[in-house]
Design a protein around this ligand. Structure first.
Ligand code: GTP
Ligand code: MG
Length: 175
């Protein structure tokens, strides 16, 4: 089955994003970092753009939540790499990124790793409800320039904004 992976820093809202897209509280969420400890796979069935579709949504643990350290990133990377390597089912990686955070060295490492492995990915700017619309749009544009890609989305699992646009994007990704 086609698979969509949900990755990103800890506590940015990966599991909430997955639940909002699936319209079901299937993935565990939490206010303290580290709510997701393993790679959890969910079989999601829903109607997108009038067509019934089925996919695997895989929810990943966050990386870099305690002291920002290369060691923590490398553990995470080894697990993710082991899982994603030669996984022909992955159609797209959704990289959840808290819209209020700055892009740092660990994020840069993830970016290079995704590019280096030829994975199709999109950036989802989460918690967009915490920013004014104008600023959120500016942030989106800045990320589009940084990544050299249009695949940057504004999203809020609190008010559901961006959900339809992202579902359409997922539907295109899984074909
Ligand atoms: P880990 O699994 O620990 O890495 O976290 P995660 O990235 O899966 O985040 P999770 O979905 O567990 O959410 C973390 C916290 O952020 C929870 O308290 C959520 O309620 C909150 N949160 C998630 N998405 C949003 C959002 O769009 N808006 C707001 N305001 N809060 C959010
Ligand atoms: Mg989680």
């Amino acid at each position: 089955m086609p698979e969509i992976c949900f990755v990103g820093r800890s506590n940015v809202g990966k599991s909430s994003l997955l639940n909002t897209l699936a319209s079901r509280k299937i993935a565990r969420t939490g206010s303290t970092p580290g709510a997701t400890r393993l790679i959890n796979l969910y079989n999601v069935r829903c109607e997108w753009e009038g067509r019934k579709r089925e996919a695997i949504f895989s929810d990943f643990p966050g990386f870099g939540y305690s002291k920002v350290s290369k060691g923590i990133y490398q553990n995470w990377q080894a697990m993710v790499e082991g899982y994603m390597k030669d996984n022909e089912w992955i159609r797209r990686v959704l990289w959840a990124f808290d819209i209020r955070r700055a892009f740092d060295g660990l994020d840069q490492m993830l970016l290079e790793w995704l590019k280096g492995n030829g994975l199709a990915f999109s950036l989802v700017l989460t918690k967009a409800d915490k920013e004014g619309r104008g600023w959120a749009l500016q942030t989106r544009q800045a990320f589009q320039q940084r990544l050299g890609s249009d695949d940057v989305f504004l999203f809020s699992s609190k008010d559901g904004s961006g959900r339809q646009e992202l579902l359409a994007h997922i539907a295109r990704s899984i074909g």
